[in-house]
Structures are given as structure tokens and as C-alpha cells.
Write a protein that binds this ligand. Sequence first.
Ligand code: MN
Length: 503
Amino acid sequence: MIDLKSNEVWFATGSQHLYGDETLRQVAEDSKKIVQGLNASDKIPLNIVYKPSLTTPDAIASLCTEANSAPNCIGLITWMHTFSPAKMWIAGLKSLNKPFVHLHTQFNREIPWSKIDMDFMNLNQTAHGGREFGYIGSRMRLNRKVIVGYFEDEEVQEQLAIWMRAASAWQDSRKAKIARFGDNMREVAVTEGDKVGAQIQMGYSVYGYGVGDLVAKVKSVSDSEADKLVNSYKNDYQITRDVASDNARMASLKEAARIELGMRHFLEDGDFQAFTTTFEDLHGLSQLPGLAVQRLMADGYGFGAEGDWKTAALVRAMKVMASGLPGGTSFMEDYTYHLEKGRMRVLGAHMLEVCPSIADTKPSLEIHPLSIGGKSDPARLVFNVKEGQGINASIMEMGNRLRIVANPCEIVAPDAPLPNLPVARVVWVPEPNLQIAAAAWILAGGAHHTGFSQAINSQYLEDFAEMAGLEYLLIDKNTNISRFKQELRWNDVYYHISNGLGI
Ligand code: MN
């Protein structure tokens, strides 16, 4: 359900008329070659569309207006081959409502030392043309990314690709619909929030439904449809013997299949991109949707448990950014700690709802009691997660703004097999270590719910936060608690002032 292929980014080259036709012809030719070069790179995930060089305020304004209304255009790459007096950009940038990246590159990698003359100097002015353009962006307080380097270099293309993926998630967020089955888990604070404020800022819309609406869909699932799905489970997962050999448990699995189909129909019919459930609010459902949620997440839906619509939207955004990359992305929760001195780590899991996109092997399909919520034993996929790099990110509302906290981690193997733990789980060591990471996270008000990914890193989240105007806090190997506390206080002042009357 996530397809980045139809998204495109427009390549806008800034210049001016003073250089004469000959130079402008060369500028156009060079820009086309850069676009071709980038499009030919397997690092670049989206199509880049060349646009004619911009030499007047009107041309810049009309390109920005066109970009605003083009549904497939998710943003602009701007490049100043020559000097482009930046007053020309004010009207355009003022109206532009899509993100832009400033690519500070040159057509030539090296200075042709022995041949360089004033014609060459006239044509290759990005070193100062980019600064003039940068000034107006800063003067107008515009959030954007600046990428410096030769356009054929791997690092430059990687940064561009990350920005494109973040812009794809931002485009998705602005029109996303989130379904909430039931309300918030009662008394929980961090999952609450201002849905109207979030819609004004993030674009996505949150719709609440009584569980009865979902139950009606579940009831309308035919027997044969449910049987067919149970059969496909047999192929996709290792069904434990105690389930496969027990009629009552197989009936329970069929009920889980029915719930999955009902949810899937509901979400497809309403064109939703993310959803939430609440174990306290399951009237008419025989079991907490575990397997259903896991499989829907694996198909690209964002998810938040206990009514957590903000995390559902975050998981969806992370899944859009990660689309097509190796490694999975899931809803997650810091569940329990291993506090052995020098080897402190976190065991992350949830009651059931961890996405099998992060599974290291074929998941095991099991049915166990939930010991909370008083419903029938729910079906769930159980698995471990492959070692390597990962990241946790959390979004919370601070009263006058939304804040994202990101914390890279190293995923490690459990110290021993976990035969008695009937949920999917992942063990990680956060950067720089658990003491500093957890202290900083808690001081920042970071939620217990997170989006977890093996596919993306903090740069994706930072780019996304810039586009969305979110406060972004990074906890990583450079984090120092004293400085982090200062950052929190300074940010409070900044957002108090910059938000004005707020949203
Ligand atoms: Mn939870």
C-alpha cells in the first residue's frame, strides 16, 4: 500500500538574464545533465523532473504555484549554477507549500587550474550564488535542508535520497486518514492530544469509531474467506503444534482471521493509512486484535496501541520513508530492562502488536492468554529481531507544539532463548548507553510508545521534522545530560516565541 514510484521531485535551477544567452544555454545543458546523472543513480528513489532555468521573479513564482498544485510533486531541489539575485525568490518561496532542499553543488568537481578563465568563473558561481539564495531562506525563516558536495558523490546522493523519502512521508502525512477503534486507554496521558492542532500542523485527520462499527465488518466476513486466510497463515508462519492440533485453538485462529479481514475491509473501504486499537474497548470482539494488527502493519499501515494516534501517524511516516529499503519498521514499546552493570539494555515489545517486517526468521504463530483485558486468548506472531543498527522515535505533545525524540540503538541478541515469552521482542542498547539515553528521554517527556526501525536513521527523522515544523531532539553518542537539559529549556523559549498565538 506504499508506493513511492508516482512521487516526483522538481529540479529548479536559479540564474538571471545578465549572463546572456550563451551562458544560460550552458546552464540549462548542465542542469539537464545533473538531473540525468541523478536519475541514473540507483541511490535516488524517485524521479527527478528537470524544469527550465529560472531567471525572473515571475517564472520562480509560477513554478512554485505549479509545484503547490501538482499532486505528484513532493518538493523542489534548488540549485544555483550561477548567481540568482534572491529578491527574485521571495514571492515564490513565500507561496511554496512543499519542502525544498538546497543542493549546493557544482557541475565541475575540480577547478581546472591550468585553464580557468573568467568565462569559467562566470558560469560556475554556486559558491557565492548558493550563499545569496541561502540568505533569503534564512531571512524568511524557511526550514530546508542544505546538501553540500559534488552531485555524483555517494554521500550527496544518499542525503538527497533521505530527503526525498522524508518528503514522501510528509506528502503522505498531509492527506493521511487515521482510524481509531475505540478511544484512549483510560487515564493515560501521553497518548492524548489535540487532534485539531495536529491536523493543522501535520495534515492527517483522525476519525473515531465505536468498536461496533468494526464488529459489524468482522461479522460480515464469510466463512470461506476466513478459512482461506487461515490456510495462508499456514504457509507464512510456523503454527505451533498446540494450536494446530487443537480444534478450539484453530477456531480461535479462525476468529483472528475474521478480525483481520474485518479490519482490512474497514481500512480499505475508508482509505485509511493508519489506525489504533484499545484493549479496554473491545466490546463485541472476542479477542484483542494481535495477529491482525501485526499483519496490517507489515502491509504498510501505521499503528498505535491504546488509542495512540500520534504514534500511529509516526509509524506510518517511518514506513513510508523506509519503503523498499532493507529492514523493517514497527510500533514498539520500551518494555523491561536488563540493568547488569556495563551491559544495560532494553527489551522492547508490546502486548502483541509488533510488526513482522522486523522478524529475523519465519515467525511462530501462537495463541496464549493475554492476562489483561479479560478477553479470549489472542493469536499473535512471535519472533526475535536481527542484530544491527536501529532507531527508536517518539512523538508527544508539549502543550504548544509537537516534539519528536529520536534515539539510535544497537540491536543485540537476547542473552538466552526466551521460551516462556509469548510475544515478539527485540533487545537493544541505546546510544550512548541506557543511563544517559533513558534519562534524556524521560527529561524530554518521550513516550513509552515508539516507532522502531532498522531501515532508517536519525537523518530521515530530522529531515521530516524540518518539513513538518516539529521540534526535533536527538539522543545519540554525543548526548550530555547537562547540555540536553539546556536544549530543552532553550527550545521552550524558542517555541513560546516562534509559535505566537500557537495553534
Ligand atoms: Mn502500550
